[in-house]
Design a protein around this ligand. Structure first.
Ligand code: DGL
Length: 272
């Protein structure tokens, strides 16, 4: 089972934070990291158009990779398309949604923040999570317009502008009735890439929740019931990366993928 083929999917490099945990949990699995980087950022997309885009790209990816399991390592995609992906494709899917339940359970002040993309913040799915698991908390849900892009730029070698970062996250730091925000959900897989910089700009110390280790455990659990398929055609090699842009457009991102051991970039043909 450890040789299973795991397809990880995000709009960009954020899902690498999930890939890192999956690799730790399943060190012998074949990981194929896919990013719909031609369509990044997903956070700015209109909902129906985004669902169509995700279903289309996923169809191409599944045909190409023949995965045993797909990890949607993207909150913006999972909160809008997970149900339809499961309906349309036979392969098991594990999604990534804001970790509101553990945040509410861990908060002592009962003031929690949720940092996510503007898309995830608008989703009914996210509001239902707050209603179901955090109704006893004061929840500040903040759609950060540029945070995912700041993380992408960091991985491409651009230094993080701490003033810009501070302004992006400031709304989740709340003081009320002598209490403060004490837990912040990283509701976009890009955000843990900024962990060091976030620690530098926080007005007081908070606990950030990165759901990646929990997602990786879930992947291992689901895989226990899945028998790996014999490939019917040559498969991408161990730890490969598949992108939707051209090679030229992805040139500045390739070193970051290589650093995470995702070599041999390939480019998905999206022609119908
Ligand atoms: N990494 C994605 C997420 O978890 C979103 C980044 C984007 O806006 O494309 O939500």
């Amino acid at each position: 089972m450890s040789q299973a083929r795991v397809l990880l999917f995000d709009s960009g490099m954020g899902g690498l934070t999930v890939a890192r945990s999956v690799r730790h949990e399943l060190p012998f699995a074949h990981l194929v990291y896919s990013a719909d980087n031609a369509a990044f950022p997903y956070g700015a997309w209109e909902e129906q158009a985004l669902v169509q885009r995700i279903l289309f790209v996923m169809g191409k990816l599944i045909e190409r990779v023949e995965p045993d399991i797909v990890v949607i390592a993207c909150n913006t995609a999972s909160t809008i398309a997970l149900a339809q992906l499961r309906e349309k494709f036979k392969v098991p899917f594990v999604g990534t949604v804001p970790a509101i339940k553990p945040a509410a359970a861990q908060s002592k002040s009962h003031i929690i923040g949720v940092l996510a993309t503007p898309g995830t913040v608008r989703r009914e799915y996210t509001h239902t999570l707050i209603h179901d698991f955090a109704s006893h908390c004061h929840v500040t849900l903040h759609g950060a317009p540029k945070l995912a892009e700041i993380a992408e730029r960091k991985l491409k070698g651009v230094p993080v502008d701490l003033d810009e970062l501070k302004a992006e996250v400031a709304p989740v730091f709340v003081e009320e009735g002598g209490k403060r925000t004490d837990v912040v959900v990283l509701g976009c897989t890009h955000y843990p890439l900024l962990a060091d910089e976030l620690a530098k700009v926080e007005p007081w110390v908070v606990r950030y929740i990165d759901p990646a280790p929990a997602i990786a455990r879930r992947v291992a659990d689901v895989l226990k019931d899945v028998v790996p398929k014999e490939p019917t055609k040559p498969v991408p090699p161990h730890n490969s990366v598949l992108l939707t842009s051209t090679r030229e457009a992805a040139a500045d991102a390739l070193p970051a993928y290589a650093k995470m051991s995702f070599h041999l970039p390939e480019f998905l043909d999206l022609k119908v």
